[in-house]
Design a protein around this ligand. Structure first.
Ligand code: FE
Ligand code: CA
Length: 513
């Protein structure tokens, strides 16, 4: 649990900074005139669609890789939303403030739009206009919906390759992009890579801002944000590899780590199309939430990093240990776990999509009778996993489908009530999507993994190439297409479907097409 004292201290410090900037200078002219070059270098984005609106995002940064380059004053940003791509029929407009304490980011929550349709939008700041973006509202939550299609992605290490996958994503017949974490990586620049990070390992707010800015200057990533609304959640690398709540990977002092966490979380908020409900409070940030698409699907978007107990018996690959089975083991934290299960219990959509970070299905990584598990995944929190699986088994929310990132490889797994008994009930399906770049080019498979797959009969696919996953959902049928690329370490990689799986309504478990 976070140190309350420190949390409050950081929060007060930041709040007073915010208040002084908000109220100190009522006659201070907004700084339109002081923007002397294009402030839209980081692109534009939209996200978290509801049936009547979206959040529109940008961040003013004329000098993106060096702190942004804005004067330290508040700046008015105008936004408008149109029903046509040429922005001739403007249906909503408003003003937002880009404030220095939030890195001159803008999060404009638009309401009053019609459900289930495309819209176009743009920003104006000073004499500069942003490119035109496209977004889409969700369907009316009470109305029947016959199709939802989206792509999900994760793990885009900038140094590992090029974001060509996003060039292909924007060509798909989809309505939405879901990102499951590792949007940025915290490593220092290393020699001999396809591309380079712009600094040593970040710890301060300005370090993390510059790191996000580097990623956001990628043209393929910008295009994907410009053309589709996104639903995002983080994993570990937006802050630090394999951290657990307030515990750093390398045992940094807790106060210092929470201060670093506050910086990373704030920079994440500043660069994502998130609603004010996610505005960071000290070293905490509310990211778990639900989004509904008519009567067809509801996303439960989880945060398995901020509230988890420590990895049992240390991190890494280990035989199962008693701590993972102890009642207190939780990857969601008590409060989020209750919220998650309560919501599943009340949900009345046909599909219940669980968008989260680390693999939920049990995977034994040691060939032969001995067993070994990756403790950073749900394996390390077996008691918590059992609570979730038991709930799915007993309460039977309609068609649970888990979407996962993290491990830079493609997997399909049946979720079993008892993974040690292949004959036990299958109660849901997990689709693990590979990375955009992390791990580099990859190959179709690797012998080390193939060697232990026979120990895991509930695993239906393994593939070790880069790409993303496309999901096409109708009331009767879910189809998942694993889209993979031959290479990412050079630009220009092509895309193809490696495998497709179907889940029929009412029949948990994936069937290969
Ligand atoms: Fe990753
Ligand atoms: Ca084994």
């Amino acid at each position: 649990m976070p140190n309350e004292e420190l949390t409050r201290r950081v929060f007060l410090a930041r709040t007073s900074q915010y208040l002084s900037l908000t109220f100190a200078s009522p006659f201070f002219a907004f700084g339109q005139a002081s923007i002397v070059s294009n402030p839209f270098t980081l692109g534009i984005a939209s996200g978290d669609p509801t049936d009547d609106g979206v959040v529109l995002w940008t961040r003013l940064a004329p000098d993106p890789l060096n702190g942004g380059g804005m004067p330290s004053q508040r700046v008015d940003v105008a936004w408008e939303v149109a029903s046509d791509e040429r922005m001739e029929k403007v249906v909503k407009k408003g003003q937002a403030v880009a404030a220095p304490n939030l890195g001159h980011s803008v999060h404009a929550e638009v309401r009053g739009l019609d459900p289930d349709r495309w819209y176009w939008y743009r920003f104006k700041a000073g004499s500069y206009e942003s490119p035109i973006g496209r977004t889409r509202t969700a369907p009316d939550p009470k109305k029947p919906v016959d199709k939802l299609s989206f792509a999900f992605a994760s793990c885009q290490h900038y140094e590992a390759g090029f974001f060509t996958a996003y060039k292909h994503i924007v060509e798909e017949d989809i309505q939405l992009i879901v990102h499951l974490g590792d949007y940025t990586y915290e490593g220092a620049a290393r020699p001999g890579r396809p591309r380079y990070h712009n600094s040593p390992e970040p710890t301060s707010l300005s370090d993390y801002r510059n790191r996000h800015a580097l990623y956001k200057t990628d043209p393929d990533l910008q295009k994907a944000h410009q053309l589709y609304p996104w639903i995002v959640t983080w994993d570990d690398h937006e802050l630090e590899n394999n951290y657990a709540a307030d515990m750093s990977e390398d045992g940094a002092p807790r106060d210092a780590f929470l201060e670093r966490r506050a910086n990373a979380y704030q920079a994440y908020y500043e660069h994502m199309p998130l609603r004010r409900s996610s505005l960071p409070k000290g070293s905490s940030m509310q990211l778990y939430r639900r989004l509904r698409f008519g009567d067809l699907a509801e996303f439960s978007v989880l945060d398995t990093r901020q509230y988890r107990t420590d990895q049992p018996c240390g991190d890494g690959n280990k035989p199962q240990c008693p701590e993972a089975l102890a009642d207190r083991a939780t990857i969601l934290g008590k409060e989020q776990e209750r919220w998650f299960l309560d919501g599943l219990g009340k949900s009345n959509t046909r599909w219940n999509i669980i968008a989260q970070q680390v693999m939920m299905a049990k995977v034994d990584r040691k060939p032969g009778a001995d067993q070994m598990f990756a403790m950073d995944q749900w394996n390390g929190y077996e008691a918590g996993r059992n609570r979730v699986l038991k709930y799915l088994h007993e309460r039977k929310p309609s068609n649970p489908v888990v979407l996962t990132g993290d491990i830079h490889s493609n997997w399909v797994a049946d979720l079993k009530i008892d993974f040690s008994d292949p004959k036990s009930a299958t109660i849901g399906t997990e689709f693990v999507g590979t990375s955009i770049t992390s791990g580099g080019d990859g190959a179709d498979t690797q012998p080390l993994v193939e060697a232990y797959l026979p120990d895991n009969p509930h695993v239906r696919l393994y593939n070790n190439q880069r790409g993303y996953v496309k999901c096409s959902v109708t009331p009767e049928r879910w189809q998942t297409d694993y889209r993979v690329m031959a290479f990412v370490e050079k630009p220009g990689g092509g895309i193809k479907t490696r495998a497709s799986f179907v889940v029929e309504n009412g029949r948990p478990g994936a069937e290969r097409l």
